[in-house]
Design a binder for this molecule. Structure first.
Ligand code: 5GP
Ligand code: ZN
Length: 136
């Protein structure tokens, strides 16, 4: 999807109103309309990049620094006991809006938030194959 028809472009640039927690020249941080838990927020760059692969290095670095600042302030405001910082790339990975964003998900005792996976076991063949491919 191009920037023109992108809902997060419109929100990030203020064309569509949002519950904004923070804004600077590069980013807007908003409350998610379908929160996983109370205070679930999204970091949106103001320019359109579909995913992390496309995000310029400089913005990627700034985004992580901003995530740190936001969860530090939000944790104090919300009184949560932990944070998941989540970023989905590709439909198979759960991405539904194809404008790069970072989820900031506060965690509370017994909140029922369903993040996680069943741990497998790293096989010798997978290890060797991946290490070999990454050398190329
Ligand atoms: P994704 O699944 O792409 O990683 O996350 C998209 C997130 O955007 C979801 O958590 C969804 O609730 C949120 N979302 C989708 N449309 C809107 C919207 O118009 N406004 C806000 N604030 N959040 C949205
Ligand atoms: Zn966009």
């Amino acid at each position: 999807m191009s920037g023109e028809n992108c809902i997060f472009c419109k929100i990030a640039n203020g064309e569509i109103p949002s519950a904004t927690l923070y804004e600077d020249e590069d980013f807007r941080v908003i409350l998610d309309l379908g929160p996983a838990s109370k205070g679930h927020a999204l970091i949106l760059p103001k320019k359109h990049y579909p995913d992390l692969y496309a995000l310029p290095d400089e913005l990627a670095a700034k985004a992580m620094v901003l995530a740190k600042k936001m969860i530090t302030k939000l944790a104090g405001a919300l009184g949560c006991e932990g944070y998941n910082v989540v970023q989905n790339n590709g439909a198979l990975a759960g991405q539904t809006v194809f404008h790069f964003h970072i989820h900031l998900i506060p965690r509370y005792k017994d909140d029922g938030v369903g993040l996680g996976w069943k741990a497998g076991k790293l096989s010798d063949s997978d290890r060797d194959e991946i290490l070999d491919k990454m050398k190329k």
